[in-house]
Design a protein around this ligand. Structure first.
Ligand SMILES: NC(=O)c1ccc[n+]([C@@H]2O[C@H](COP(=O)([O-])OP(=O)(O)OC[C@H]3O[C@@H](n4cnc5c(N)ncnc54)[C@H](O)[C@@H]3O)[C@@H](O)[C@H]2O)c1
Length: 659
């Protein structure tokens, strides 16, 4: 069968050939067995309902074996025979160009070069699923290939409930992932209900078909490093950034440090990962000897080199040794996976990598104790540096939280807050999100590199034009993004679809999108798919990350994210999604996003203006109501530009009155 035929066939009536388990592919870890006997039957019943009754007897033992072996029923037999990757939009079957664009984005999220566990339909973050099984994938692709612009596909956590009549200005797809009754949002609830096949963890851009590979992370990390240096009023050139982790997201740090122009030292205990990052040229040099590292850092600082140095070893040793040597660290952070401290997220100092892995499996209680001791030493060493002026921030990895739970000296004097801020509290929130700057992105649906080059140039022209009249408050953000887009191609970060990311505010996003739409209308460009990361101004309510710089007590509410997705859906989004979980964990965050296809039409021009304006200003309005100064400035500016916008502005109370 051809690619098109196989998509149109959906779930076949016959048994496709069994697919061998491919050990060369990176597979998801075995999930813990959590179902009771009755629930196991339910999970099997749930899985079999996708298939004709005649096939059940043959499929039952196979699905049972998958559940026992992997903790989930992936239905490996139903993996398609064609290669999955973002083919150009013209190669998909269908009656709706919008639906074809969504197929392209799904294909990209499951591309072997992009996805973390492609055979388990996981795009990133260990459990960020596009679907829970291959039947859902096949059915969804078939629906998309047959639907018209008078229908909407309804996705319940990976399961395509079906096509419902709607209208051409409605979203083509509405996605929910992991939406639970709040009392059923503990981590084990995910294990149970995911194993039953009735929900999934969509992370952020995995279950919403908007992942664009490592480019997004490199860009966000670059913005953070640049702004951290600004925060302390230092030029990155000759400055030193010390951190840890060369993993999925953390691996972007050395590359971001190079783009920012500083010396980066990034410690990593895992030799394999260190080697891979070096081969990928994400880190320049590797040191396993601290003496050699110290000498190299001193030289690099003196010569103001933009260079990244991996230390193959424990990050605690780096902090301690640099203190003994009197090496001034300008900015410091940590990206070990402390959201998962007991199962390999954090390696305690004093144990080799192998010894730590052994202890973790064979004596978990002693391992936990070692982690706690290590975190105390880790924090103590950081405290010594900050006493000499190092600026330290938490990178959303729960470092401060776990260190505090371990009894480390990490609490502020009031005993409630931490000594150090998180990257959103100090950097992303006030410097970017409150002004409306966030991770806007697009994909060229033609799959042509020339189209991406054209969009880069258009975006650059728009940003340069806007920068000339930008108020001083946002001038720096504009310049950062101009610099980023100018060198985006040279940084060579495209993996999978022909995608680009940059940080833009409401005006920038609308103007760039309008210019793309115009270029499409003039035949200079193929269709463009717009979107963004959920980690943005308005899309995510997450009290310890995206909304951690909301101080009016509302950071534990999720009204903003819910309003955002509803508002996007009736203002012209091609697809919308809302998720429980993503980044910081199941039950800890509600986040949403959108996709919008630009086809050069008048309707697309109207949709982009209406939806993008709302998509950014909703969050600014909320941040303004929380009394965030920069957001008050930004929303007043938006009201001047758009007279139909009327937002409630907070009146500030004299602190003296409250005393
Ligand atoms: N980069 C971002 O934009 C961002 C944003 C928010 C949160 N985070 C958080 O950052 C953390 C890291 O994410 P990831 O995808 O890179 O995880 P990962 O697990 O792939 O990588 C973490 C790495 O740290 C290494 N490590 C653990 N303990 C160490 C130690 N003591 N010394 C040296 N190396 C050690 C591990 O070997 C691993 O390779 C997560 O908790 C994630 O939620 C990242």
């Amino acid at each position: 069968m051809t690619f098109k035929e196989e998509i149109l066939a959906g779930i076949p009536d016959y048994l496709p050939e069994l697919k061998a388990y491919d050990p060369k592919v990176n597979h998801a870890p075995k999930r813990k067995a959590i179902l009771s006997e009755a629930e196991t039957k339910l999970a099997l019943q749930n899985a079999l309902r996708y298939f004709k009754t005649e096939l059940h007897a043959a499929l039952l033992p196979e699905f049972k074996a998958e559940l026992e072996t992997y903790g989930r029923i992936y239905m490996y037999r139903y993996r398609p025979d064609y290669a999955i990757y973002a083919r150009p939009i013209s190669e998909y079957p269908g009656q709706s160009e919008q639906a074809k664009a969504i197929m392209l984005m799904i294909q990209n999220n499951l591309d072997h070069a992009v996805a973390q566990h492609p055979h388990e339909l996981i795009t990133y973050g260990g459990n960020g699923g596009v679907f829970s099984n291959w039947a859902q994938y096949r059915l969804t692709m078939q629906y998309l290939a047959t639907m018209t612009d008078e229908q909407t596909l309804v996705m319940y956590s990976g399961h395509p409930m079906g096509l419902f009549p709607s209208h051409k200005n409605a979203p083509r797809v509405v996605v929910t992932n992991g939406m639970m009754i709040p009392n059923y949002s503990e981590p084990d609830d995910w294990e149970r209900f995911n194993a039953l096949g009735v929900t999934q963890y969509g992370q952020m851009t995995a279950g919403s078909y908007m992942y664009i590979g490592p480019q997004g992370i490199v860009h966000g990390t670059t913005i953070t490093v640049l702004n951290a240096f600004r925060k302390i009023g230092k030029n990155p050139s000759g400055g030193l950034f010390v951190t840890s982790g060369l993993g999925g997201m953390s691996g972007a740090q050395p590359k971001a440090g190079n783009i920012a122009g500083c010396v980066t030292v990034c410690a990593e205990v895992n030799p394999k990962i260190t080697q891979i990052r070096h081969e990928q040229k994400w880190v320049d040099e590797i040191y396993s000897d601290l003496n050699a590292l110290v000498a190299r850092v001193k030289d690099a600082k003196a010569a103001k080199e933009a260079v990244s140095l991996a230390f193959l070893g424990n990050v605690v040793e780096v902090w301690e040794r640099f203190d003994a040597e009197g090496i001034m660290i300008d900015i410091g952070s940590d990206q070990t996976s402390l959201h998962n401290p007991w199962a390999g997220g954090y390696y305690p100092v004093g144990l080799s990598f192998e010894a730590a892995n052994d202890l973790m499996a064979n004596d978990p209680e002693t391992f936990k104790d070692q982690v706690r001791q290590s975190l105390k030493r880790h924090a103590a060493a950081i405290n010594k540096h900050t006493a000499h002026g190092t600026y330290f921030f938490d990178y959303g990895n729960a470092f401060l939280l776990e260190a505090s739970r371990s009894g480390a000296d990490i609490m502020a004097e009031n005993g409630i807050d931490f000594k150090y801020p998180s990257y959103v509290q100090d950097i992303m929130g006030p410097m970017c999100f409150d002004f409306g700057f966030g991770p806007f992105r697009w994909v060229c649906a033609s799959g042509k590199m020339e189209d991406l080059d054209t969009t880069d140039q258009i975006a650059l022209d728009v940003l340069q034009r806007l920068a000339k009249k930008a108020p001083v408050e946002i001038a720096q953000q504009m310049m950062d993004n101009i610099k980023w887009i100018e060198s985006a191609k040279a940084n060579n970060l495209v993996v999978g679809s022909k995608a680009r990311i940059l940080y833009a505010d409401s005006e920038g996003r609308v103007e760039i999108a309008a210019a793309f739409n115009q270029a499409i209308a003039e035949g200079k460009l193929g269709p463009v798919i717009l979107g963004r990361d959920h980690h943005d101004v308005s899309g995510t309510d997450s009290p310890y990350r995206e909304t951690s710089n909301i101080y009016d007590g509302s950071r534990f509410t999720a009204d903003m994210a819910i309003h955002n997705v509803i508002g996007d859906s009736f203002r012209g989004a091609t697809w919308v999604s809302i998720h429980n979980g993503g980044g910081v964990g199941w039950g800890e965050v509600i986040n949403g996003g959108f996709g919008m296809v630009l086809d050069g039409t008048e309707e697309a021009a109207k949709r982009l203006e209406s939806m993008l304006f709302w998509d950014v200003n909703n969050g600014i309005a909320r941040r303004n109501w929380a009394r965030n100064e920069n957001a008050v400035f930004a929303i007043k500016r938006a009201m001047e530009a758009q007279p139909l916008l009327k937002v409630t502005i907070p009146n500030l109370v004299d602190e003296q009155l409250l005393k």
